[in-house]
Design a protein. Structure first.
Length: 550
């Protein structure tokens, strides 16, 4: 078993090997004893981004998964690094069946009674699991997704190290805080822990199946829960060809254009209607079956869009189609994107130029949504605007399925699919297409504002109740505040003087039975007199000021 201390050493060795020792020196300033500048000569010809990808591959499954998720953050990372991160493949050397069998026996103690055949050679192998084909006793072909032994301990060892590295990076490089590396790692930790729980994978598959139960031609594997647990998932074996294998699809007698339209339509339904979408739509996870169905596989990564977020995204697309810059900016803010006030005007200019380059208000069918998504992410990166990870996952999914659609059908136009779908959805939400066209974005913004009003009022009341409300104070207000504080301080000081005179004089008179010099007695009387005079004078000023205000 690899301890955390030993794992730190392994990570340091890999980073030094690929020429990133200087990073260690910045993050761990107390470790100068290592030769941080050392790197092997064979990497001299590689670019820095290529060496980043090679180091991640050598660091193992946790870092590979983290790199794959970070490949969606196009608004934060430079494009050459994104290209390298997208090359990260989650393939691993298959483990011998003798190492996998104990995991099977844990869930199914009597393998021979439940399975007629289990193929020892896996049909797929990844860093977290590998898949074996099997046949149930009733003759049903199934796929066994088996978790690699020890992988959970490796990941649980790496996650605290990643969090520690991110925290140290924020302290060592203050500019890095803009990108919230600690938050990214924590989001990743939550995501990969879900992937380690195969029950979550199975429930996700069943949720998709329920959402598409009335949609013909779309298939999700059935889960056999009686044989499954958190480390083993037994599901229906789906035989088919990759969605991008156009020649084989044609040989099977199916139209690639229809397959592309069906797949794109399925993702539009996931995103805009269900708010729950498949997050890893590479061609290996989309199969065309022998009877022409489109089957979805691997549900480790999914995206969630609550109803209010879906409406905001509809507004974004409608803003693009109508070249409404204000609606686009409002949609950004509705997605949780924070726009600095000093950047707003230049951002409006950049969006305007983007729409002029890639959009066409007269013929919405000519809008190039793929290029617009790429340009939006580039604009966000240029302004260092951090975007919620789920939103960037959605952008990535849309870009990937547009790419796949184009590979299957060179004449595929995403805009031809998106426009009628969005308009139809708006109609079902009691907004006709004609009304939307006539009212443009005004009505959608008014509806948003109306729904936001109770929430904003409630938020303001909560802040008032908890004392966390924030006020903007200008210079004149500060002067008035200072004068008020000075006046109050003077009154408090006068009150303290009066109280001191009264208390002091009282103490003297209380001890009048003791033989005191007459001068001391008269001093006490004088103190009382002064206190009374000051008190009357102060009371007069306070009352006079109040009456003057009236």
């Amino acid at each position: 078993m690899v301890t955390r201390f030993r794992r730190y050493g392994q990570i340091a060795d890999v980073l030094v090997k690929y020429g990133f020792g200087i990073v260690l020196q910045d993050v761990f300033p107390g470790l100068q004893r290592f030769r941080f500048s050392r790197k092997i000569s064979e990497n001299d010809k590689q670019t820095v981004y290529e060496r980043v990808r090679m180091a991640i591959e050598e660091l193992g499954p946790t870092f590979i998964k983290f790199g794959q998720i970070m490949s969606t953050r196009k608004e934060l990372l430079p494009p050459p690094l994104i290209v390298e991160l997208q090359k990260l493949t989650d393939h691993a050397r298959p483990l011998p069946f003798s190492e996998i069998k104990p995991i099977l026996l844990e869930a199914c103690p009597d393998l021979e009674e439940w399975f007629m055949v289990i193929e020892e050679q896996p049909v797929a192998s990844a860093s977290i699991a590998q898949v074996h084909r099997a046949v149930l006793r009733d003759g049903t072909p199934v796929a066994l997704k088996v978790q690699r032994p020890g992988i959970e301990k490796i990941i649980e060892t790496d996650i605290p190290i990643l969090i520690s590295l991110a925290t140290r990076l924020e302290h060592a490089v203050p500019d890095a805080r803009l990108y919230n590396p600690s938050g990214m790692v924590k989001d990743f930790a939550a995501q990969i822990r879900k992937e380690l729980d195969f029950n979550h994978d199975g429930r996700t598959s069943e949720r998709f199946a329920r959402n598409f139960r009335d949609v013909p031609g779309i298939k999700f594997p059935k889960i056999y829960w009686e044989y499954s647990n958190s480390h083993l998932l037994v599901m229906e074996f789906i035989d088919g060809v990759r969605i991008d294998d156009v020649d084989e699809i044609v040989r099977m007698g199916y139209d690639p254009k229809a397959i592309a339209a069906r797949g794109f339509g399925a993702y539009l339904k996931m995103i805009f209607e269900d708010g729950y979408f498949h997050g890893d739509p590479h061609a290996g996870n989309l199969l065309v079956t022998m009877n022409g169905d489109l089957a979805f596989l691997d549900f480790g990564i999914v995206g969630v869009l609550r109803p209010e977020k879906r409406q905001v995204f509809i507004n974004l697309i409608y803003g693009v189609m109508t070249e409404d810059i204000d609606m686009i900016l409002k949609a950004f803010e509705g997605m949780g994107i924070v726009i600095q006030e000093e950047d707003r005007e230049s951002l409006r200019d950049d969006i305007y130029l983007m729409l002029q380059d890639y959009g066409n208000v007269a013929e919405a069918g000519q809008i190039n949504f793929k290029l617009i998504i790429a340009e939006i992410t580039e604009i966000l990166r240029r302004y260092k605007i951090q975007v919620p990870m789920n939103l960037m996952l959605m952008f990535k999914v849309l870009a990937m399925i547009m790419d796949t659609g184009t590979r299957i059908d060179p004449e595929f136009e995403a805009a031809n699919e998106i426009k009628p779908f969005v308009m139809g959805l708006a109609t079902r939400e009691n907004f006709s297409a004609q009304m939307m066209k006539r009212a443009s974005g005004t009505m959608l913004e008014a509806v948003d504002a109306a729904f936001d009003l109770p929430r904003n009022v409630n938020l303001m009341l909560k802040k008032l109740a908890t004392g966390t409300i924030r006020l903007e104070i200008v210079e004149d207000d500060l002067k008035k505040l200072r004068q008020s504080v000075d006046s109050a301080s003077d009154k408090v000081l006068i009150g303290l003087i009066i109280a001191s005179l009264v208390v002091g004089s009282s103490l003297i008179l209380m001890n009048a039975r003791i033989d005191l010099p007459s001068q001391v007695f008269y001093l006490a009387i004088f103190g009382y007199s002064v206190a009374v005079l000051i008190g009357f004078y102060t009371l007069y000023n306070v009352l006079f000021a109040k009456f003057k205000d009236f």
